[in-house]
Design a protein around this ligand. Sequence first.
Ligand code: TMP
Length: 253
Amino acid sequence: MSRRKKLYEGKAKILYEGPEPGTLVAYFKDDATAFNAQKKAVLEGKGVLNNRISEYIMAHLNRMGVPTHFIKRLNMREQLVREAEIIPLEVVVRNVAAGSIVKRFGLTEGDALPRSIVEFYYKNDALQDPLVGEEHITAFNWATTQDIDDMIALALRVNDFVSGLFAAANIRLVDFKLEFGRIYDQNEMMRIILADEISPDSCRLWDMESNEKMDKDRFRSDLGHVTEAYAEVARRLGIIKEAAVVNLDEAKS
Ligand code: TMP
């Protein structure tokens, strides 16, 4: 494929100019980062798996009427997406206590939350993505009150649908992070759509029975077998036929 103009390189993806105006090509890298890029590694095959898993979820969401930037997968590492003006917020939905909320409020990891909680973080590595409230979001013009309402409604719809998708694969959707963007229709009408990716890089996924972690926490906490766990997620969703037979427990010893 002819090399396209690179528009942006992030930690896990590169965005190239798309074949038509208003489109981009997203290339999924094998690079893994954690703790705002303080920890880095290359995990061979991760990009291919995340491309496939994100395709699977986004295509389902499109069919369910949740607007996403996903158009189609182009090859093993690339997908065609709609160009959107990214809102500089990370929208996190939590169903079970894990990660930063455990530390912030002194919770116990694994406890079910009283209801699904939606949080906003300002997307800025240098500031370590601080938690923000509606006041900050509107005062600094990152998004309007209407945008916030739209993002919460979409995030909760994504949560309901994707929780079910994973539950059918015997996987618990503990929490996840979304990013949204704005697109403008012919008559300049603005719409918010889901952008970025939904993959084991951006979700916490636990085996329903054993609570074994099947997501980027394996990298963050040096549990080993990271790509094998991602492949197992893809296999259980029926995206790939076989995953290397690995016992995730082995990595702990
Ligand atoms: P947290 O518990 O560290 O706040 O993370 C919540 C969820 O968001 C978890 O599924 C991991 C995901 N996440 C990202 O995708 N990118 C990030 O930069 C951070 C901090 C979390």
